[in-house]
Design a protein around this ligand. Structure first.
Ligand SMILES: Nc1ncnc2c1ncn2[C@@H]1O[C@H](COP(=O)(O)OP(=O)(O)O)[C@@H](O)[C@H]1O
Ligand SMILES: [Mg+2]
Length: 278
């Protein structure tokens, strides 16, 4: 099978008048249709920069080299207009903070309509029916009412689900989600992760899921790549990362997570032991 995206030798340098600083260092990965690649790493490890470089979202201060082949084309160095068309249509993106993706002054419905009008040739009627479908698929009730609402009238989790729905409605071959559950509470986080799992299973899309959360990544990713200081320091499935990761940073991530789990188990045990008071 052909990978949906194949990245090789990706380097990003931040170039200032005084110096050149390497931010992404020879990153290499591929992701196949129906598969979710998880990119794990602490804040500042170069996860977002790697994907932004591939999608042409970095400004002139950053020098990008390497290859990122999508649909038989190398995206590195491709004209801005070409990349703009690709984003949204063939490559969907869901970003960290849903609040910043919506304009506070416009109703949800008109913002969805604007996005669909930009990327498709759908007429008004079709746009409205797809918008309602998106909300329904993302399990948001009373869709017609929600379309009339302003972003601040909805929860972060709802906005995030709408973002995922919009991205999916444009039927991209590759969906990239950069920390899509960071800004929302744990229960909603769980729902969003379920949504990603469902999309992967049912629609056979290629997905890249970026996070610093080992728990979240274990739920959706088939393969995990760990980044630290702009480099790939480990890769494998969740079992491998948990038991055989060699990189000290990865071990630290795993141990921190285990410690949280142990503490949680201890609390549960203590609760069980508590005598009944009445
Ligand atoms: N706008 C910027 N200007 C200069 N350096 C940046 C900028 N954004 C990020 N960086 C640097 O790039 C590195 C990688 O950042 P990033 O990819 O955003 O990390 P993360 O893994 O948290 O997504 C960071 O250590 C930071 O120093
Ligand atoms: Mg980031």
């Amino acid at each position: 099978m052909k990978p949906a995206m194949k990245v090789e030798d990706l380097c990003v340098d931040l170039v200032t008048r005084r110096q050149k600083k390497r931010i992404v260092d020879h990153v290499k990965f591929e992701v196949y249709p129906g598969e979710c690649l998880g990119i794990l790493g602490e804040s500042g490890s170069g996860k977002s920069m790697s994907l932004k470089a591939v999608l042409g979202l970095l400004d002139k201060n950053f020098q990008v080299s390497g290859q990122a082949v999508f649909d038989d084309k190398n995206l590195i160095g491709a004209p801005g207009e070409e990349l703009r068309k690709l984003r949204g249509n063939q490559i969907g993106m869901v970003l960290q903070n849903p609040m910043t993706c919506f304009d506070p002054l416009y109703r949800i419905g008109s913002q969805m309509a604007e996005t669909f009008a930009m990327h498709t040739d759908w007429n008004g009627e079709k746009i409205r029916s797809v918008s309602l479908e998106v909300l329904d698929q993302m399990r948001i009730h009373d869709g017609a009412e929600v379309l009339e609402k302003y972003p601040h009238q909805l929860s972060g989790g709802m906005l995030q689900r709408i973002m995922i729905g919009i991205a999916m409605a444009l039927s991209p071959e590759l969906l990239i989600a950069d920390e899509p559950t960071t800004a929302i509470d744990a229960i909603t986080q769980y729902e969003i992760l379920e949504e990603f799992e469902r999309i992967k299973r049912e629609k056979k899309k290629a997905m890249i899921f970026i996070t610093h959360d080992l728990g979240a990544i274990s739920k959706v990713a088939d393969r995990i790549m760990v980044m630290n200081s702009g480099r790939i320091v480990d890769q494998g499935d969740f079992h491998h990362i948990l038991h055989h990761a060699k990189d000290p940073y990865t071990r630290l991530l795993v141990e921190k997570r285990m410690a949280v789990m142990d503490r949680y188990r201890d609390i549960l045990k203590r609760e069980e032991r508590k005598p009944c008071l009445n």
